[in-house]
Design a binder for this molecule. Structure first.
Ligand code: SF4
Length: 272
């Protein structure tokens, strides 16, 4: 078993000042409620400045770019910019720009997995799988340090599948503390569902579509919300204490208030 410490949270937190605006260039957008305009992958957003900062950062929501406020690269942007490509940006080195754009979504998935594995290692009840999680963590760390060609050859779906199984086992160990029958809404279509005040303690909400669901005052303690789509879900007064695998981006996409109880070290979004 590795004796390496967990990756510092800072490595898995976006540092836009060390990134070449990769999410604003590499990814495609389709005009929608989340993005005011469309753009293809590999084309800089018209609001991206020459210093790789967003020209409308302070007014993204009112400008129709709320999608930008809920995207989280988990620190993949600075890793690709400063480590994989050694600090050479896509303007200086147009020959490698395409490869940089292709590597970014791969790195983003690796960093997202690193974030989840790190979270699972913080769960005392998941201790029986901590050994396997540490092996997964070490492997992920090695992948993130690889060169661009190696990264593009990675079988990311396989990696995701293997780690997903591990995270599920960690989740089951945590949720087992809730007595009785726990609700299973895995990947369920709960768009606009009326779940106000629902008892969802220890529920499996993995990948559930909870877009605009009314979860006001719901009890979501120790629920597993990995990959759940919480866009515009109403979390006012809901209790997410000890909910597992909730990301800041999920909270940023939802609605809440001062009464919403948050899991772990996540922050209350500014618009709540
Ligand atoms: S609006 Fe700003 S944050 Fe969004 S893609 Fe454009 S430059 Fe990036």
């Amino acid at each position: 078993m590795s004796q390496q410490p967990d990756p510092p949270t800072s490595k898995l937190t976006a540092d836009c000042g060390s990134c070449f605006g990769l999410c604003c260039v590499a990814l495609p957008f389709a005009a929608s409620a989340d993005f005011a305009a469309s753009k293809p992958a590999g084309t800089p957003c018209t609001h991206l400045r020459t210093d790789f900062r967003c020209g409308i950062h302070a007014r993204l929501r009112e400008s129709g770019y709320s999608g930008c406020t809920v995207f989280d690269c988990f620190g993949a942007g600075q890793q690709v910019s400063q480590v994989t490509f050694g600090g050479q940006d896509w303007r200086q080195a147009p020959d490698t720009a395409r490869q940089m754009y292709d590597v970014f979504p791969v790195m983003r998935q690796l960093h997202e997995l690193l974030w989840y594995v790190t979270e699972a290692l913080r769960l005392p009840r998941a201790r029986p799988v901590h050994g396997e999680l540490r092996h997964a963590l070490d492997a992920l760390e090695r992948h993130t340090a690889a060169d661009a060609d190696t990264l593009l050859d990675l079988d990311v779906p396989q990696l995701r599948g293997d780690i997903s199984e591990l995270l599920l086992r960690a989740s089951e160990l945590v949720r087992a503390q809730i007595p009785g029958r726990r609700k299973n809404h895995r990947a369920a279509d709960l768009i606009g569902a009326r779940l106000r005040g629902a008892d969802l303690r220890g529920a499996n909400l993995r990948g559930a579509l909870l877009i605009a669901a009314n979860l006001r005052g719901a009890d979501l303690r120790t629920a597993d919300l990995i990959g759940a789509d919480l866009r515009d879900a109403d979390l006012r007064g809901a209790d997410l204490t000890d909910a597992v695998f909730v990301t800041q981006a999920q909270l940023n996409a939802a609605q809440g208030d001062a009464e919403t109880r948050l899991p772990g070290e996540l922050s209350r979004p500014a618009h709540w």
